[in-house]
Write a protein that binds this ligand. Structure first.
Ligand code: SIN
Length: 500
């Protein structure tokens, strides 16, 4: 039985419908003024999605001697030069302006005694470049300011607890709104432009740093409507999530800024292992560090983040979010090494979009982690994710303010789906399959096994039920991983020789 109500309400039409209320969605909505914007938030206002959990900060070339071109060079190197260089230039050149904009909106970035922005260091950045707030609470601080600004803007109306599960199409194929479940009934939200800002799909994995809602639902509904997707196989695993015994789902993140501040990785015998793996040791690219950690944990040796010497007593002040998470788990990071595991963290792929965030479907746009602009290539550089959502979201909002697509000739066609979320047992089994066979290191045999399991689940689904869309996304992810027979960036196959 699906949860669909037979009565479907129709909301008044808006000019722009933004699906998702994280940084990318809110940046789009704010910049689209004076357009009438509706924002559908699957959770409570400002409290859902991945943005609020972001710890590290926002990369921007604002330091003395830094330049967007240097930020761009690091972004391209981390992405293994598979990035779209135009998108990288767009991102890095606008980063300093985004920091100014956020401060004008009331974001309080950390500053030194002279009032200069304090800059942190993260892996694969050639210099200190990470602007942060309240130590390791940058995402929460940025979301606080954006949510407050959105609430104050007359052109924006946020609808909480509305989960979009299908795109509304006109008979000419144009996307003319979305169908959403509000907890009681299905509603049609008509609009001239529909923006997906729904985040990625890292929460489909058993171990993830993402909240459960980051399950690729937005990408899945675009895929179901026939939108082109790209780079799905590039899934980034963060090397240092807090390893909690028997835990699955979202694990607390231990920000890379800790290693930027000098914390080291050690094995069960207290030995550092990264210097033997890479010349940059703990500040090697994230995929390199994650594989080194996984190699130890898979071999049955624990791995730990040791911040005792580098941070020690300053932990509560400099890294309050991490400190609280460790203390909740019964570990005092001032005096104890913290057990770690890699966890699915970020998806470089998503709905394929052009430089104006347009998808392959008329009327549909995508920004932030839901989108694939090509800016990250095969691996995202640390602290480029909030930045991407802000830069591309803002640019899309400005674009829609200036040029909204023409209204469709016809009305929306009937809803093509019934709302039926994936049942918890299948979702847990899928999380295990992805973690085991489509994780940090993959091979053809494992991916083929995953494809068979997913196909079996798909065969049992009611045709047209929205739960099938997530399985279709998982199938597309596996197909993309099978198709890329090379080791590059975050895509690592044990059955293919890595380029020297
Ligand atoms: C972190 O704080 O380690 C994560 C930052 C990011 O994903 O860019």
């Amino acid at each position: 039985m699906s949860a669909q109500s037979s009565a479907m309400a129709r909301q008044p039409a808006s000019e722009v419908l933004v699906i998702g209320a994280g940084v990318a969605g809110l940046a789009t909505a704010l910049a689209a003024a004076p357009r009438a914007v509706r924002v559908l938030d699957a959770g409570a206002p400002g409290g859902d999605g991945a943005s609020i959990w972001a710890q590290g900060g926002i990369a921007a070339a604002v330091g003395t001697g830094d330049a967007p071109a240097q930020h761009a060079a690091d972004t391209l190197a981390a992405g293994q030069w598979r990035n779209d260089p135009v998108a990288v230039r767009h991102l890095t050149e606008r980063a300093p302006d985004v920091i100014d904009w956020l401060e004008r909106l009331g974001v309080r970035f950390d500053r030194d005694g002279d009032g200069a922005l304090l800059l942190g260091r993260e892996a694969a950045h050639g210099r200190m470049r990470i602007v942060h707030a309240r130590g390791d609470a940058t995402g929460a601080e940025v979301m606080r300011a954006l949510t407050r600004a959105a609430v104050r803007c007359a052109h924006i109306a946020v609808a909480p607890q509305c989960r979009a599960f299908a795109l509304a199409r006109a008979d000419d194929g144009r996307v003319v709104g979305a169908w959403a479940w509000n907890g009681h009934a299905v509603e049609l939200w008509p609009a001239r432009a529909v923006v997906l800002a729904t985040g990625g799909y890292a929460a489909l994995y058993r171990h993830t740093t993402n909240p459960a809602g980051n399950d690729g639902g937005g990408i899945a509904l675009a895929l179901a409507a026939g939108a082109a997707v790209a780079d799905l196989e590039f899934v980034q695993f963060h090397p240092t999530a807090l390893a909690l015994p028997e835990a699955s789902g979202q694990l607390p993140l231990l920000t890379e800024a800790l290693r930027g501040a000098g914390a080291v990785l050690i094995d069960g015998s207290g030995q550092r292992f990264m210097p033997a793996e890479h010349p940059l040791a703990e500040l090697a690219p994230r995929d390199v560090v994650a594989r080194a950690v996984a190699a130890r944990t898979l071999a049955g040796h624990a791995a730990f983040l040791d911040a005792r010497a580098a941070v020690g007593a300053a932990f509560p002040e400099h890294f309050p979010t991490v400190f609280a998470a460790c203390m909740r788990a019964g570990i005092d990071p001032r005096t104890q090494p913290v057990p770690i595991t890699p966890a699915a963290h970020y998806c470089m792929g998503g709905v394929r979009v052009d430089a104006d965030a347009r998808s392959s479907l008329d009327g549909l746009y995508a920004v932030g982690e839901a989108a694939c602009t090509g800016v990250h290539g095969a691996n995202r550089l640390a602290s480029n994710s909030l930045l991407e959502g802000l830069v591309f979201g803002r640019a899309l909002g400005q674009h829609l303010a200036a040029a909204l697509p023409a209204a469709a000739a016809g009305a929306a066609l009937p809803c093509p789906r019934t709302y039926a979320p994936l049942d918890a047992a299948t979702r847990a089994a899928l999380a295990d399959v992805l973690w085991t066979y489509a994780g940090l290191v993959r091979d053809e045999a494992g991916l083929a096994h995953a494809a068979t399991r997913i196909a079996a689940w798909r065969a049992t689904r009611e045709p047209g039920a929205s739960a099938a869309d997530l399985l279709d996304l998982a199938a597309a992810l596996i197909a993309a991983m099978r198709a890329r027979r090379e080791c590059v960036g975050a895509h690592w196959r044990r059955d293919v020789r890595a380029a020297a």
